[in-house]
Design a protein around this ligand. Structure first.
Ligand code: SF4
Ligand code: SF4
Length: 104
């Protein structure tokens, strides 16, 4: 796994990504109606570790989120999960789809 030390800053700057309080407990993954093994716990871990390639590999997963907040309502650490998903979309929109700064 290649580490991009600039990833966290790129995700945070203007996008508001913040999963620093995540306990990696897996409640979000267990409750998500999409039933995707990775989502959102592991994707946040990739972001925190600077694993840019792993995020890019999982672009479809990031865009499949329904923004229903089932995960967020039950997160013991109060992580703003859907805001983080939006931040990942803005980042991937820029990096993968070459969209503008607001991801459109
Ligand atoms: S439920 Fe919250 S604390 Fe637990 S893994 Fe998901 S984001 Fe992290
Ligand atoms: S907001 Fe997204 S990640 Fe969270 S439970 Fe809903 S579909 Fe799953």
């Amino acid at each position: 796994m290649r580490v991009d030390p600039t990833l966290r800053q790129a995700l945070g700057d203007g996008n508001g990504f913040d999963a620093s309080s995540c306990l990696n407990c897996g409640s979000c993954t267990a409750l998500c109606p999409l039933g995707l093994e990775l989502f959102p716990r592991k994707l946040f871990r990739y972001a925190l570790l600077g694993a840019r390639d792993k995020l890019v590999e999982n672009t479809d997963t990031v865009y499949s989120c329904l923004l229903c907040k089932m995960c967020e309502e039950n997160c013991p650490a109060g992580v703003h999960i859907t805001d983080n998903v939006r931040a990942l979309r803005v980042y991937l929109g820029r990096e993968v789809f070459h969209l503008g700064p607001r991801g459109v």
